[in-house]
Design a protein around this ligand. Structure first.
Ligand SMILES: [Zn+2]
Ligand SMILES: [Zn+2]
Length: 119
């Protein structure tokens, strides 16, 4: 990356970043790939190139609603079976960006398609 100028904070997204991030992001499924409860996405922000980490809970809905209800059961089931998720990642790099105010990161957001199997 040759551009050394700090990128000003802008809350925006660009479809091109989805493609870039798909090639650079590192995805970890916790506690196991078979039945993930949390997706952790790390890698460089496609806009400001700083390292950022995003945590996406998969089963918080079931927990919040209780697992006795039908919706809770369905959500819980979905979380432990093979599946996929469009994870929206928002830059939360630790660098200081001009005009960021009290925001963290550079404001960029992008979508990462994450899949897992129960094999
Ligand atoms: Zn960024
Ligand atoms: Zn940054």
């Amino acid at each position: 990356m040759t551009n050394q100028q700090p990128v000003p904070y802008r809350a925006e997204s660009d479809p091109a970043w989805n493609t870039v991030a798909a090639g650079t992001a590192h995805v970890i499924l916790h506690p196991a790939e078979k039945s993930p409860e949390v997706i952790v996405v790390s890698g460089p922000c496609p806009r400001c190139t700083h390292e950022t980490v995003h945590t996406e809970p998969l089963v918080s809905y079931a927990g919040a609603l209780g697992t006795s209800g039908l919706l809770g059961r369905l959500l819980h089931r979905r979380a432990v079976e093979a599946g996929s998720r469009e994870v929206e990642v928002i830059c939360a790099c630790r660098a200081t960006h001009p005009e960021a105010g009290e925001h963290q990161g550079c404001g960029a957001s992008w979508v990462l398609h994450v899949e897992w199997s129960d094999q």
